[in-house]
Design a binder for this molecule. Structure first.
Ligand SMILES: [Fe+2]
Length: 308
């Protein structure tokens, strides 16, 4: 079966490897409170940039938000003289709130996510009993990406790959020779993302991962999360396709689809929900915006009892 989106991404990475296209510069900011890596990727020639998977600080006990983590991105972008074209989300995160609308107000850029976000909005709109003011058509975003869509960061070509499994809407952004793969693979010594959220599926995750692993071995891979790993006491968020194929503890070359699904399903059954899933999903399904204020002017996060 031909896979033209993947072939386009492979050709794009190879062009950078041959020196026929520029490599993007990537600077990552790791938030230890949510174990999330935010990446700022830019074209050194035009200084145009994309911000990928930003984090809004949220204090669960008090319901207070703040911007210390996102401010680091703003400071870096200004110090480097970058012009932000994109605020990208690899998926609707369940473990941290997106700072994309706040960063967009500070720095600009089009807010984009995978088109399947409408399925996520439909599922979680029901779970949280959102009112009709909550549009489930993705209109909170400036652009909805489909598999194989192309865009650019300055003069650097980018290809979007749909990589569902963790959620239905997960997208990988291959920008030059750098792949921002969201919650699919983690570091080789940690394995893979869970596939048990509503709309997730382990078999689909395996196929998405094998698709990513068809990129050239030298492809630089930037992760959304890291949790350290037994024997490793520092956080890491960059690896390569070759290192993942050779050494990923869950899904290295040779692991079968059925073995992966059995492992992933058994492991997911032992995991508790992320601490911030309630606020994260309600905010991120709205493109990182808080629910509309109630009649007293205050915005609220709901908690469905005995539902999730
Ligand atoms: Fe996630």
């Amino acid at each position: 079966m031909s896979d033209s989106a993947l072939e386009t991404a492979i050709a794009q990475v190879e062009k950078v490897a041959r020196g026929q296209a520029p490599a993007p510069v990537v600077r990552s900011f790791f938030d230890e409170a949510t174990f999330t890596a935010t990446h700022v990727v830019h074209d050194p020639a035009t200084r145009q940039a994309a911000v990928i998977d930003s984090v809004l600080d949220y204090e669960a006990a008090s319901g207070r938000t703040s911007h210390a983590t996102a401010q680091k991105v703003v400071d870096y972008v200004r110090a480097e003289g970058l012009e932000v074209q994109w605020q990208l989300e690899t998926h609707a995160h369940a473990d941290h709130l997106s700072a994309a609308p706040w960063l967009q107000a500070q720095l600009g850029g089009n807010l984009a996510i995978g088109a399947e976000i409408v399925r996520v909005q439909s599922v979680f709109g029901k779970i949280f009993n959102a009112g009709t003011e909550f549009a489930r058509d993705g209109s909170q975003f400036d652009r909805l990406f489909h598999d194989g869509d192309r865009f650019a960061v300055g003069g650097i070509e980018a290809t979007v790959l749909h990589v569902p499994g963790h959620t239905p809407a997960d997208m990988a952004f291959v920008i030059g020779d750098a792949a921002f793969i969201g919650d699919t693979l983690f570091m080789p010594d940690y394995g893979t993302a869970r596939a048990d959220f509503p709309g997730g599926e382990a078999r689909q995750l395996f196929r998405s991962i094998r698709r990513l692993m068809a990129l050239p071995d030298a492809t630089r891979v930037f992760l959304c999360h890291d949790y350290k790993a037994p024997g490793r006491d520092h956080f890491a968020w960059e690896t390569t396709i070759g290192a993942e194929r050779q050494g990923n503890i869950h899904v290295h070359d040779g692991v079968s689809e059925d073995d992966f699904v059995a492992m992933r399903t058994a492991r997911d059954a032992t995991l508790s929900l992320p601490n911030l899933i309630m606020p994260s999903v309600q905010v991120n399904m709205r493109g990182g915006r808080m629910p509309e204020p109630e009649s007293n002017g205050t915005r609220y996060i709901k908690i469905p009892i005995d539902t999730l």
